[in-house]
Design a protein around this ligand. Structure first.
Ligand code: UDP
Ligand code: MG
Length: 314
């Protein structure tokens, strides 16, 4: 099995409660596909028993299981990056460990890949989110599609398939803050999307807060496009022009009407508005500077503690 057709990459962070349920569904689902496969679990510095459980699972199925152990927590996308660098399949599928993405859907993704697509995204069928969440994500999607040309209907779903060439392209990137589905989309030549089932988290708790979701969207927009900066400089120009007209108007008024103190709050209002825009622009520039800073430090993106695999897999 030196080069399987299919590689499954699964990031794991504090998932001890749900791993046995994952194994119980994942392996039968893949065996049923009747093709050669490997599963790469990447333990992202879990502080619970996840690493030990993965070692045990390797003993149970050493023929198709490989485990990468990180030295610390480097984040879900870095874990997937590490999996991508190790995997050897022609088709690479990523999956969450919490069973929110049913492993039984992998077959549908693979079938689609075999039709000649090199990127198969997924849209969660009947998402059980609140009205507010749905509206917010629709708004953010639209904003992102406008600024980045990346068309991902449902960015929250990690159950996706990537072709070998796309994975190689991702491996040649050295980006620190990459969001894998978006990065892959920029390299894909024939992307498509399918609907997949979606379930509640089987066990354990979500690792993401509202704040990190907000961060993710900032990263997406500043990481994949310069449009925010360009919009700001354009908008800034228009506002500067309007302000100049306003100043001219005030100056003429001063000459005709003489000194006035009325409407001073209106003036304050206008000044605060402009200061607000200024602060926003500063923050926006800061986002980009921060990205540049992280990139130029050239620190390793992650540290691998150990890789557990059968010798003949090398
Ligand atoms: N994960 C990870 N490192 C982290 C956070 C999460 O490897 O720092 C993994 C986690 O174990 C899971 C996947 O990424 O397999 C998605 O995490 P989670 O289910 O918490 O995210 P959500 O579904 O809430 O977006
Ligand atoms: Mg989840």
């Amino acid at each position: 099995m030196s080069r399987p057709e299919l590689s499954i990459v699964i990031p794991i962070y504090n998932e001890e409660a749900g791993l046995s349920a994952l194994f119980a569904r994942l392996y039968p689902a893949l065996d049923a596909l009747d093709t050669s496969y490997e599963i790469i679990f990447v333990n992202d510095g879990s502080r619970d028993r996840s690493a030990a459980i993965l070692r045990e699972q390797f003993q149970a199925r050493p023929d198709v299981t490989r485990v990468i152990l990180f030295a610390a927590n480097f984040g879900q996308h870095m874990a997937i990056m590490a999996g991508f660098e190790q995997c050897r399949g022609e088709i690479v599928v990523t999956l969450d460990a919490d069973l929110q993405n049913p492993p039984e859907e992998i077959g549908n993704l693979v079938a689609r890949m075999r039709e000649g697509y090199d990127y198969v995204g997924s849209i969660r069928r009947r998402r059980q989110d609140s009205f507010f969440r749905r509206t917010a994500s629709r708004f953010i999607n639209r904003l992102r599609e406008r600024t980045t040309r990346i068309h991902i209907t449902d960015q929250g779903c990690m159950l996706r398939a990537y072709g070998r060439k796309v994975v190689d392209a991702i491996n040649s990137c050295r980006e620190v803050n990459a969001f894998i589905p978006a990065l892959a989309y920029t390299f894909a030549q024939r992307p498509t999307e399918i609907e997949v089932g979606h379930e509640e988290r089987a066990a354990g708790a979500s690792k993401y807060s509202f704040y990190s979701l907000l961060r993710l969207n900032f990263d997406l927009m500043t990481g994949f496009s310069l449009v925010p900066l360009q919009m700001f400089s354009l908008g800034g120009m228009v506002i500067a022009l309007l302000s100049a007209l306003f100043v001219a108007y005030l100056a003429i008024r001063r000459l005709i009407v003489g000194p006035e103190a009325e409407g001073v709050f209106t003036l304050f209002g206008i000044a605060f508005f402009l200061i607000g825009i200024l602060l926003f622009g500063l923050g926006l520039v800061g986002e980009y500077v921060g990205r540049i800073y992280q990139q130029v430090r050239r620190r390793p993106r992650y540290l691998v503690d150990a890789i557990i695999e059968r010798d003949d897999q090398e």
